[in-house]
Design a protein around this ligand. Structure first.
Ligand code: RUQ
Ligand code: CUA
Length: 606
């Protein structure tokens, strides 16, 4: 008995060992293992998420979900003094907020090239460009003429253009009064083509295309097979201007607007435009071949183009389907003039001719991204889920609940010609019960999902800042972040390269201070001016050691900047009130950081 019991135990141990090496090994890593980045290790990906009406862009490490940086774009940011110094103040042009929706990393051959990140400000119709080496905002355009509510824009596959569109139609040029009830006759929609300089990234307006007063919503660039085209969803083909939730939801179909941007650029070159509000505006009714309407069910929101460029996928807010249009079919229909009439001079392509599938994804589809294996992923706002479906078979394969009500989603490279797959990030609108309470304003939430297997698998929740609308995820090795500014090469206004060059000069009542900040003092650190003087400080951090930033904060004023190693920033201050103003380094930099201080004395007017 004893022996057989022993044997039985042995057999059990052998079986357990076999399980350990066989079936045990095939066991999936836990979600915690997969997102854990151990201290000192780095994340494999960057995620750039917009901050909505915070006006900023937030940078996260993926898969850890760690918040790495806030990049100020449309709103001032005291931490770095963005919006406080002369250069960024000028860029912001007096605005102190923006509503940042759709970040877009610059592309070469339809793939993220890691040079710049562009982002829109809807209410002021501006675009901004962040340098992805310095992670600083380098450019903000002025409001783009004739555009009201710049909700969507796209980058063409080689970053030739940013095509931006108006969500709100308005009389052109902006500033023109028309009675609101003349909407259908006197309001216009606009698609604006901002040309991007390939070297500097600088944006300038090339041409615009007029559309009927529909609400242009979301857009995607054609690529591969469809390069040269761009696609915009629209709602409100009803031309409603009041009680929109009812008025703009009447039609069974609205339009995807297909734009041949290369043909439009050519038409602009040939002078086929009229100048309106300082823009070359092309009227598609007078210049055919530039835009076409693709009927698409029920107030479509997101539109996305498959990695090969062959299909255009539109998500219908008010129908439980995504509609797939074939680009080839569209081109054939255009060639054969297979139209369902026209609307305001623009051909309406026959729906049955372009549509190849209505994929029954579920309720409230909003946005789609793609992976590297021929699958598509669509967010369902109403169902609170992400759905996986297959290109070609158009079959729905899997559905994962997310918490709650997702808007956009991002797959690594998921809108490019070469998605990486691997992860999907759902950006959800409602958090409810997912985090510790922090008062009635809940943090927003992103959820990281593993998409390498047949079934999607939730890995991680993390809170997001502001309201992320869209985000893009790029492999970390595609970016080469700058470590410091090269002081020797700097020609910034007022730069000094050593303490010998620092000093104070006066010209009438204008005082110019060229100041050095270096561990752990300012030079000069005692400054005397007269009441009424205008004082310009150029503060140079002459350090050439990584990660040693200094601050310059002047007490009792609105003046605070942070200066990175090798950087110079300029601030201007009017010495209105006599007194003695301490200034200090506001960024902890050294053991004697607390000694890094000085005085500015303002002598009273005699
Ligand atoms: S939108 S939730 Cu501003 Cu991008 Cu679709
Ligand atoms: Cu410099 Cu603290």
């Amino acid at each position: 008995m004893a022996i057989s019991a022993k044997r039985w135990l042995m057999a059990l141990l052998v079986a357990a060992a076999a399980l350990g090496t066989g079936a045990g090994c095939a066991r999936q890593k836990s979600a915690a293992d997969e997102v854990y980045v151990k201290p000192g290790d780095h994340d494999k990906y960057y995620a750039f998420l917009s901050g909505g009406h915070s006006g900023q862009v937030y940078v996260y490490g993926i898969p850890s979900g760690r918040l790495l940086n806030e990049i100020p774009v449309f709103s001032p940011y005291a931490r770095t003094g963005y919006g406080f110094d002369e250069e960024t103040k000028k860029m912001m042009a007096g605005y102190t907020w923006g509503d940042a929706h759709h970040p877009a990393i610059s592309e070469t051959n339809g793939q993220y090239d890691g040079r710049w990140l562009f982002i829109n400000d809807m209410p002021h119709a501006r675009l901004a460009r962040i340098n992805l080496s310095s992670f600083l905002t380098e450019e903000i355009t002025g409001p783009i003429p004739n555009v009201s509510g710049l909700h969507t824009f796209l980058l063409t596959p080689n970053t030739e253009y940013a095509l931006a569109a108006s969500r709100f139609s308005a009389p052109m040029p902006l500033g023109t009064y028309q009675p609101i009830d003349s909407y259908a006759k006197t309001f216009d929609g606009v698609i604006a083509a901002m040309k991007i300089d390939p070297k500097s990234g600088h944006m300038s307006l090339d041409y615009e295309i007029k559309t009927p007063p529909i609400d242009l919503d979301i857009s995607a660039a054609g690529k591969g097979a469809s390069e040269g085209w761009a696609f915009f969803t629209s709602y409100n083909t009803e031309l409603s201007y009041t009680d929109m939730e009812v008025g703009a939801s009447q039609h069974d179909q609205d339009f995807v607007v297909a734009v041949n941007w290369k043909a439009a650029a050519q038409a602009a070159l040939e002078g086929k435009y009229t100048m309106v509000g300082g823009a070359k505006v092309i009227d598609p009714a007078k210049t055919p071949g530039i835009i076409y309407f693709l009927p698409t069910p029920k107030s479509p929101h997101g539109v996305d183009v498959t990695p090969d460029g062959k299909y255009i996928v539109a998500s219908s807010k008010l129908s439980p389907t995504v509609t797939v249009h074939s680009f080839d079919n569209m081109m054939n229909a255009i060639r054969k003039k297979d139209f369902d009439g026209s609307w305001r001079g623009t051909p309406v392509v026959r729906y049955k001719s372009t549509m190849v599938a209505e994929v029954p994804v579920g309720l409230g589809p909003l946005h789609t991204q793609f992976d590297d294996k021929g699958y598509a992923y669509t967010t369902l706002f109403v169902d609170s889920a992400v759905v996986k479906w297959q290109l070609g078979s158009w079959k729905v394969l899997d559905k994962i609940p997310v918490t709650y009500n997702p808007g956009h989603l991002a797959v690594v490279g998921g809108d490019t010609t070469k998605p990486e797959g691997k992860y999907l990030l759902a950006m959800n609108k409602i958090t409810k019960d997912r985090f510790l309470g922090v008062g009635p304003d809940f943090p927003t939430i992103a959820q990281l999902v593993d998409i390498t297997g047949q079934k999607m698998r939730l890995l991680l929740d993390f809170p997001t800042m502001g309201e992320p609308h869209y985000g893009q995820i790029i492999a970390a090795d595609k970016l080469k972040p700058l470590r410091l500014f090269d002081l020797a090469k700097s020609s910034a206004p007022g730069v000094v390269h050593s303490e010998q060059e620092a000093g104070i000069t006066r010209n009438g009542n204008k005082v110019e201070v060229k100041m050095v900040a270096i561990r752990s003092h300012f030079k000069p650190d005692n400054i005397e001016v007269n009441q009424g003087d205008e004082v310009t400080f150029h503060v140079t951090n002459t350090e050439q050691d990584e990660n040693i930033a200094h601050g310059f904060a002047l007490d009792f004023t609105n003046l605070d900047i942070e200066v990175a190693p090798g950087e110079t920033k300029t601030v201007v201050w009017k010495a209105d009130k006599p007194g003695v103003y301490p200034f200090y380094c506001s960024n902890f930099c050294s053991a004697l950081h607390q000694e890094m201080q000085g005085y500015l004395a303002v002598r009273p007017r005699k």
